[in-house]
Design a protein around this ligand. Structure first.
Ligand SMILES: [Zn+2]
Ligand SMILES: [Zn+2]
Length: 255
């Protein structure tokens, strides 16, 4: 198939029609997803797979960047249709029974003791930092705690591409960091961002916003030079009127 605008680099697509976050399709001998959007996005994911001439049953795994519901609540619907395995960092999972784990969000919801049954019912395989997944020549798991304890980025070395979840966002031109959230750890977040800034990747595919193609790790280093401190809610809220005025997204820190 001719590469379309939705195919960001060879074998990596952004899936259209995901309402709030972003989900990506990895196209190799088998297929994989990076995150899965909301429950009502399942149809959009499966339709997109068919639109590129592949079958939903070919989705063998779903790589979770972190356990927030806007990235994971579509998972059960996709697993039901495909039997895909779910991969997530151990720190965003909890023990289920025996060696099994399921997705878990240790943030505001667990503090409020609100049941999130879709997470508890989603069995997962726990990943660790440094694991290499056999897709696109090897996808390296980089544990980047901060936004959530088990946030990870996935580095596709053969494509110079980083899936950054909600650890780093982009708007197609520049990159930004996430504001504190329940479950956030500012010190770990700072370390994680610095670790990413020491890596080389050309393209950044974040959990929200337009992917950034070209010079992505340079943009991250530029940002840290300009503003070493991660954003705060105070600064974020001050930037909201300007963002609305200029139709900028509400994710991550201000420009
Ligand atoms: Zn998040
Ligand atoms: Zn998110």
């Amino acid at each position: 198939m001719e590469p379309s605008k939705l195919e960001i680099v060879d074998g990596v697509h952004t899936i259209p029609g995901i309402s709030w976050s972003r989900a990506y399709l990895i196209e190799d001998e088998t297929l994989a997803l990076v995150d899965a959007g909301l429950p009502w996005n399942v149809g959009a994911v499966l339709r997109y797979v068919e639109s590129i001439g592949r079958k939903p049953e070919e989705i063998s795994s779903i790589l979770i960047t972190h356990s927030h519901p806007d990235h994971t609540s579509g998972v059960p619907g996709i697993v039901k249709r495909t039997h895909a395995g779910v991969l997530a960092h151990a720190d965003d999972t909890r023990a289920r029974r025996g060696d099994e784990v399921s997705l878990s969000y240790m943030g505001v919801f667990s503090g409020l003791k609100l049941p999130l049954p879709f997470l508890e019912r989603t069995p997962a395989t726990a990943l660790s930092d440094g694991d290499v997944l056999p897709l696109l020549g090897g996808i390296r798991v980089i544990h980047t705690p901060g936004h959530t304890p088990g946030s990870v980025c996935y580095l596709v070395e053969s494509r110079g591409l980083l899936f950054s979840g909600d650890t780093v966002f982009s708007d197609g031109a520049s990159v930004s960091r996430s504001v504190p959230f329940p479950g956030y750890d500012g010190l770990k977040y700072r370390d994680s961002i610095e670790r990413l800034a020491g890596m080389e990747f050309d393209t950044l595919c974040g959990g929200h916003g337009e992917p950034l193609v070209g010079g992505a790790s340079d943009r991250l280093r530029d940002l840290l030079k300009l503003r070493p401190d991660p954003p705060t809610w105070r600064g974020f809220l001050q930037s909201v009127p300007g963002r609305l005025l200029h139709a900028r997204g509400l994710h991550g820190e201000g420009p």
